[in-house]
Design a protein around this ligand. Structure first.
Ligand SMILES: C[S@@+](CC[C@H](N)C(=O)[O-])C[C@H]1O[C@@H](n2cnc3c(N)ncnc32)[C@H](O)[C@@H]1O
Ligand code: SF4
Ligand code: SF4
Length: 347
């Protein structure tokens, strides 16, 4: 469903905040200014760092990674400090439905007219959760990570998963969604790496067959701004280049249609002429309320611009450190954690 259609569902009292901020964003977004007169239109919010999987490329699988749920107070505080928000992505380093307060968060988004996309591993989508998703006002898209078309490939990457269970849940979600006039957009997120690259065409076919409306292929693993993960994930990376892009595009084009849209996502394949834009429009809020640069890092131990419960979001958004991050991107004097998003540093 389009954001433009959704705007008519925003409670009237929050509309001026959102529209005025959107207007400022549209006027200033192309100036690359470091001190911003507008606030973000969207955020990634981490409901939890707890997860029932241990995927090989994900920092959640570190033995000492701590599971923490965002409290409902932190969530409410964040939304109240950001009445300008149009949409949020409820996802982070963890599985969103592990947080038992997930649907309380959705209720807050319903009340404040904030639209929600969530990204899930698909394992916890039982009938009750699916019905709650479909009956919410604010959830407009559910994305599910699909990293293989067979049990063997899928479960080797998504450690502790059960392929059949995830596929069964997606079919059920799709069936219920169809009975509800296809209110939700269902998107498959495919993270390509050496161990599933050979299966891409089968993955695309499977995703179409089980009822997704869209499919996005990510082609580069992040290393979460940490040397040990950069090294580990570089070994698993497909080393995306012109030839790989053509091969992938050929497969995606074969299955692309009006009812099943496919695309390659290159958001962390950057260059001097194609700079990162995250610090200008989409912060990452970790489960404890700390603001982190983006989902490519997603860990307040790597960078932390302040906590919304202490400093408050308005202060953080234009703090010296946040402006300094924007400046480093503008001047191409990149912070260490940014370097691997830029092509020149990966060759
Ligand atoms: C961190 S997960 C959180 C949501 C949920 N647990 C899931 O797996 O979909 C969000 C997305 O990040 C992807 N991801 C995991 N590790 C990654 C990495 N090293 N680089 C890029 N994306 C990664 C996952 O495949 C998933 O699509
Ligand atoms: S990618 Fe998602 S499912 Fe896999 S370990 Fe990370 S958070 Fe959990
Ligand atoms: S360049 Fe930096 S801020 Fe941008 S996505 Fe990469 S790590 Fe995040």
């Amino acid at each position: 469903m389009r954001i433009r259609q959704l705007i008519f569902k925003i409670p009237i009292k929050y509309l001026p905040h959102k529209m005025f901020n959107l207007f400022k964003f549209l006027v200033f977004k192309n100036f690359s200014i470091e001190k911003l007169s507008y606030k973000p239109l969207s955020m990634d919010i981490e409901p939890t760092t707890g997860c029932n999987f241990r995927c090989t490329m994900c920092q959640v699988s570190e033995p000492n990674f701590k599971a923490l749920n965002m409290t409902i107070e932190t969530f409410q505080n964040l939304i109240e400090q950001n009445l300008q928000l149009i949409k949020v992505k409820l996802q982070g380093m963890g599985e969103p439905f592990v947080n038992k307060n997930f649907f309380e968060m959705i209720k807050i988004c319903d009340d404040y007219g904030v639209f929600v996309e969530t990204i899930t591993n698909g394992s916890l989508l039982n009938d009750k959760i699916i019905d709650q998703i479909i009956n919410s006002k604010s959830i407009y898209r559910v994305s599910v990570s699909i990293d293989g078309a067979s049990k063997e490939v899928f479960e080797k990457i998504r450690v502790k998963s059960n392929f059949e269970n995830v596929i069964k849940n997606i079919k059920n979600l799709s069936k219920k969604n169809i009975s509800n006039k296809n209110k939700l957009s269902l998107r498959a997120m495919v993270l390509l790496q050496k161990s599933n690259y050979h299966q891409l065409e089968e993955i695309v076919k499977l995703c179409k067959e089980v009822g997704f409306h869209e499919l996005e292929v990510q082609v580069q693993l992040t290393g979460w701004g940490k040397d040990e993960w950069e090294n580990k994930n570089r070994d698993s990376d497909i080393h995306f280049d012109f030839n790989k892009k053509s091969n992938i595009q050929l497969i995606l084009d074969k299955y692309n249609s009006n009812i099943f849209k496919t695309k390659i996502v290159e958001e962390n394949i950057l260059s001097k002429d194609n700079k990162c834009s995250y610090p200008w429009h989409n912060p990452y809020v970790s489960a404890n309320g700390s603001i982190v640069s983006c989902c490519m890092v997603a860990d307040p131990k790597v960078n932390n611009y302040g906590n919304i419960n202490k400093e408050g979001f308005n202060h953080i958004w234009n703090s010296r450190d946040y402006q300094d991050l924007r400046k480093s991107i503008n001047n191409h004097t990149l912070k260490d954690f940014c370097k691997n998003c830029y092509k020149e540093n990966r060759e």
